[in-house]
Ligand binder design. Structure first.
Ligand code: C5P
Length: 291
């Protein structure tokens, strides 16, 4: 451990769902999905240092003791009988319960960083298994980039990196419960997944980023009719290319150029929405460490 850096800093990026189809309900109560996920430049920042106990300090948000960073640290510590602890500082920048995968990304970043801090070399399969125990989206965030997601979310296949585009994120400022959105799904929201699979199959390095549909959209509007006003506001400034991300309520819109994205961002902020201009990002390469 002595030659290891005692502090690790890592970005935990948000994701958007460029397409999301629900193909059915599973015996375990979860849903079978086919989705294309993309990490974007908006990110939480985690700083982890060796300590005696596991502590998590959150800045920029209020999280309960059952937050995914604490759960990830305790799971890894228990599984590998680690004597050491860690002090984790989480700088929260991704809106919470927003369909952007912030909590899941934090969990993946925690696992990756603690492997380094605690000097653990886990097989990718074990890391994936631990990630899936923490949440359906967590395995995707171990690598990020552009991926086809299947099963409950744990079947992750890397896709070619598309031509970079800008994504405007817009959030109406209230959280929406993911279980509530899934619970209000109707059979008519299910499809066979072919649209998303076809979009994925057609992707080549540098080809245009896919833009599909989101099967959770109707369910979101059933749970939260207010979320529709946000989609309408974004569609107005983004000329129709707007979609709900995950279970919402964040809406994203695709832009070829940065400038119109920034202009739309400013307009939506004037309407009282939280909004950020982001870029699609490539898969994770290495953890950035600082002493
Ligand atoms: O796996 P995770 O805890 O992130 O999922 C949150 C909730 O989303 C689950 O409790 C479930 O209601 C719903 N879900 C689902 N099917 C999936 C993923 C999530 O029904 N494939």
């Amino acid at each position: 451990m002595s030659e290891m850096s005692p502090t690790v800093q890592i970005r935990a990026p948000a994701k958007i769902n460029l397409s999301l189809e629900i193909t059915g309900r599973r015996p375990d109560g979860y849903h079978e999905l086919v989705s294309i996920m993309q990490t974007v430049s908006l990110a939480d920042i985690l700083t982890l240092s060796l300590a005696e106990d596991v502590t998590v300090t959150v800045r920029g948000a209020t999280l309960g003791a059952d937050n995914l960073v604490t759960l990830a640290a305790e799971l890894l510590r228990r599984r590998h009988n680690i004597g050491a602890g860690c002090a984790i500082i989480l700088d929260k920048r991704i809106p919470i319960a927003a369909g952007l995968g912030g909590g899941s990304s934090d969990a993946a970043a925690t696992l990756l960083s603690l492997c380094r801090l605690w000097n653990l070399e886990l097989e990718p399969a074990e890391l994936c298994d631990l990630a899936a125990q923490l949440g359906s989206d967590v395995p995707f965030f171990l690598q990020g980039g552009t991926s086809l997601i299947e099963g409950r979310g744990e079947v992750v296949t890397a896709l070619p990196t598309p031509r970079p585009v800008w994504y405007l994120l817009v959030n109406p400022g209230f959280p929406v419960s993911t279980p509530a959105v899934y619970a209000s799904l109707q059979h008519s929201d299910w499809t066979d997944g072919m649209m998303t699979r076809t979009l994925a199959e057609r992707m080549k390095p540098g080809s245009h980023a896919p833009f599909g549909r989101n099967a959770l959209e109707s369910a979101l509007f059933r749970v939260s009719p207010e979320a529709r006003a946000c989609l309408d506001a974004v569609a107005e400034v983004a000329a129709g290319r707007a979609l709900v991300s995950g279970s919402g309520p964040t809406i994203f819109a695709e832009f070829e150029e940065a400038e119109p994205a920034a202009t739309s961002c400013a307009a939506l902020r004037r309407h009282g929405y939280w909004s950020e201009v982001t870029q699609a990002i490539a898969p994770r390469e290495a953890i950035t460490a600082c002493v």
